[in-house]
Design a protein around this ligand. Sequence first.
Ligand code: HEM
Length: 157
Amino acid sequence: MDLLQALQDSSSASALRGATTLYPFLNAAHILSVGLIVGAIGTLDVRVLGLFKGFALGQLGPPLSRVAAFGVLSAILTGVVIVSVQPVAYVQNPAFLLKLAFAGLAVLNAVALQSRLAWHDALEGGEADLSVKAQAAASLSLWVMAVIAGRWIAFVE
Ligand code: HEM
């Protein structure tokens, strides 16, 4: 907690608290990152689940995965800077912790999927099997829950 308090008291954190223009831009960048994640991975998930079957998974998968990965990186970077403004309050906010847990599980799920043979078979023209579809459904649910928990942060003490 001392470390978090030191971060909160740091000159960069107090400069950011006083930056009335930069702070909203930072928040907007965080939301834009979340939009990239959900837009890209959500499209891929519903394709795996059976929508848009006219578009080959092998064509859609790689670019959408890359856009989502960029979104995750950018959400982490912008999120960490926003947290630095009042880290002590954020680490005590259950909605914030839940958001991190959902997002963390969603990322782990995506990494696990990318390393599976069944996923690579699906990319190479086969259809997604039941286990791949289950991971796509889990991905959709986890990202939606991360967004809901994220929006909730402001309403929880
Ligand atoms: C990677 C997946 C993530 C998703 C889907 C996500 C989602 C969200 C959403 C929907 C909001 C609410 C924005 C608003 O209504 O203004 C939010 C806010 C926030 N997020 Fe994230 N976020 C992610 C990652 C992170 C990370 C890694 C951190 C920090 C380590 C973080 C820190 C924050 C903070 C501090 C807020 C502001 C909360 C407030 O004061 O209202 N986020 N996030």
